[in-house]
Design a protein around this ligand. Structure first.
Ligand SMILES: Nc1ncnc2c1ncn2[C@@H]1O[C@H](COP(=O)(O)OP(=O)(O)OP(=O)(O)O)[C@@H](O)[C@H]1O
Ligand SMILES: [Zn+2]
Length: 620
């Protein structure tokens, strides 16, 4: 079935459709729909890129894929299926990440426009910058359940993807997670942190043991944490949760006892915490209640396996079993590479069982309602079910906007929102009235981008400046930084060149209050001036603050709230809706995306909202 557009479009538009090369980024829910629309509309030159392979869970809505394609590259199969609708098209498929350096600005320049169909901020930020640098129009799109959005991004004409701060992400204070949980999500976040403490990427900020520095508990707790033991001299020797577990041979009973009994006893010793709260109840493995909270045993046995509530005895059994399975997987990985670790994945049975069991045991201890494995999976994975119809509507709007671009009517490419409930005009699909002009202060798309970074120059190392500030917060891929005044190289994208200096502090490198760094990321063809502002590190204050306007850095009064002045946002969430979004902040240049971290609010499909451990970074 070859598409025929003669007589449907004007000659001009028909010629433009046939003569324009289009890049589609992402071959998931929206990407498949866009590709189908493009080939049926008569486009002849299309490239599509996706780094992922097809999962069974994609088949309910990504209609270019079928059961026999599971495990194959999305971009490749999408191309094959789309060609069956219209073999008369040249489609080039890349099974790859768009963030890789080979997809350079010159690569982008060959396209008339780029259509994004992504699910994470890192990739969206990157494509945004590439399209700004190549000066080609980008159509951004995203969906989250019934909500969806399409937006044109064109340099100098509209807001860029990074012009406005993304929706504030719900975060939970570390002490709520560690000491005083009051909602099921707090226990789920704790369970995911525990997974990482035992088997995942170590993050000191996501500790799970009682937080002795909880201001609310001040003065009421002893000094010795339960993960510490006194040595012969009476000094306290601190061990990490992982070291402790390893030393105990990952003994399920010992770990259970420490987490769910000893740590809870310790929390109880912080008397101030419980003056106005229900006290937690320490549990012993051999004295667990066999009842299922809120239902009789018979009821509990009914229903789908995942949706059946577990008794605490069952939770403990599942805890032990999944712990042992994870231990085996972890040790296997480590025997090959001692730096390797497990990555929490909601679709990994043991990882999911472990978090569900831990979360429910902890919930029981704190008198918090328990959740089924099914509910926990969706909360921990931030899953809002994707709706095929929303994806189809959004993809249709994307291609209508593509026609506007081809007609040179960019001013008609208004942003469009798709909503579950009609607005006061009875509209489900709501267009904006005009284009949104760029934010003059945007550090990404304004003419001479500049940003101020407030840090303690005696503490922050060059490596941290590169990893945490430039790559993680500012979404650069391969930055080079030089001191403006002297031209001295501080960070080099050449491997090994700066090895000797990476662990030096900024001050040791002569980077002091007011030093200006010129930072270039050749991959993104992106340059930025970074003004360093020294601010003494203080306990309980973020160690990095970034502002788009230097004066804000000094003017900020204690307790002043972030006002979303700049376009920065810490997390890259994985969701399909660009304004809601979520993930690991470091752009996943050439690897498969990491499953998302635990703590987020379910505001969008896979919306990562909270990042408990990131309390030390504030973005204004
Ligand atoms: N850096 C990247 N380069 C290329 N493709 C990417 C990149 N990051 C994400 N993608 C792709 O964008 C697509 C987004 O599609 P979608 O939101 O439907 O996600 P999905 O993974 O297919 O579905 P789900 O998240 O619901 O399992 C995915 O196929 C994903 O692999
Ligand atoms: Zn901008």
């Amino acid at each position: 079935m070859a598409a025929s557009i003669a007589g449907v479009f004007s000659d001009d538009l028909k010629n433009a459709v046939e003569g324009s090369k289009i890049l589609v980024v992402g071959a998931g829910g929206i990407g498949c729909e866009i590709l189908k629309n493009l080939v049926l509309s008569g486009f002849k030159e299309i490239e599509i890129i996706d780094l992922d392979t097809i999962d069974v869970s994609n088949l309910n809505r990504q209609f270019l894929f079928q059961k026999q394609h599971v495990g194959k590259a999305k971009a490749v199969v999408a191309r094959e299926s789309a060609l069956s609708f219209n073999p008369d098209v040249n489609i080039v498929a890349h099974h790859d990440s768009i963030i890789k350096p080979e997809y350079s600005v010159n690569y982008f320049k060959q396209f008339k426009m780029v259509l994004n169909a992504l699910d994470n901020r890192a990739a969206r930020n990157h494509v945004n910058r590439m399209c700004l640098a190549a000066d080609i129009p980008l159509i951004e799109s995203g969906t989250a359940g019934y909500d969806g959005q399409v937006e044109l991004i064109k340099k100098g004409m509209t807001k860029c993807y990074e012009c406005e701060p993304k929706a504030a992400q719900k975060t939970f204070p570390g002490c709520t997670i560690r000491n005083t949980p009051s909602e099921p999500i707090h226990c789920i976040v704790w369970g995911k942190h525990l997974f990482n403490q035992l088997f995942g990427e170590y993050d000191a900020d996501n500790d799970v043991s009682p937080d002795t520095e909880d201001p609310e508990a001040a003065g009421s707790a002893g000094e010795t944490a339960l993960t510490s033991k006194a040595n012969d001299q009476g000094d306290v020797e601190r061990v990490t949760t992982r070291q402790w577990a390893q030393q105990s041979g990952y003994d399920s009973s010992k770990i259970f006892h420490k987490l769910f009994h000893d740590d809870i006893e310790y929390l109880l010793s912080m008397h101030n915490l419980w003056e106005k709260r229900r006290k937690p109840t320490p549990l012993k493995m051999d004295e667990l209640p066999d009842a299922v909270a809120g239902s009789s045993k018979d009821n509990a046995a009914e229903g789908l396996k995942d949706q059946r509530p577990w008794s605490i005895v069952e939770c403990a059994q599942i805890f032990s079993r999944s712990l042992q399975n994870l231990k085996t997987k972890f040790e296997e990985l480590q025997s090959k590479n001692k730096d390797d670790h497990l990555v929490w994945d909601k679709d990994d049975k043991d990882a999911m069982d472990f978090v569900a069991a831990c979360a429910n045991i902890r919930a029981h201890i704190f008198g918090i309602p328990q959740k089924t494995r099914f509910d926990i999976k969706s909360m921990a994975g931030n899953i809002i079910p994707a709706i095929a119809t929303t994806n189809a509507i959004i993809a249709g709007l994307v291609v209508l906007n593509a026609f506007n671009i081809l007609r040179n009517q960019l001013e008609n490419c208004h942003s469009v929102y798709c909503r579950l409930k009609p607005n006061h005009r009875g509209q489900l699909i709501v267009p904006e009235r005009g284009l949104n002009p760029p934010n003059e202060k945007c550090y990404v798309c304004r003419d001479s981008p500049q940003i101020t970074v407030c840090v303690d120059v005696n503490v922050l190392t060059v490596k941290e400046l590169e990893e945490r500030v430039l790559k993680s917060l500012l979404n650069m891929v391969q930055p080079d930084a030089v001191k403006d005044s002297t031209g001295d190289v501080v960070i080099s994208s050449e491997e090994g060149e700066m090895e000797g200096t990476y662990h030096k502090t900024l001050a040791e490198m002569g980077i002091l209050d007011g030093t200006v760094l010129s930072v270039d990321d050749f991959v993104q063809n992106y340059s930025l001036q970074v003004i360093v502002n020294h601010r003494k590190a203080e306990h309980n204050k973020p160690d990095i603050e970034i502002v788009g306007d230097q004066s804000k850095c000094h003017a900020k009064e204690e307790g002043e709230k972030s006002n979303g002045e700049s376009a920065l946002n810490k997390e890259e969430d994985e969701d399909d809706l660009m304004l809601l979004d979520e993930t690991p902040t470091t752009p996943a240049a050439d690897r498969k995306r990491k499953p998302e971290s635990v703590e987020e609010s379910p505001a969008a499909k896979k919306l990562r909202s909270c990042n408990v451990g990131d309390g030390d970074i504030i973005i204004l």
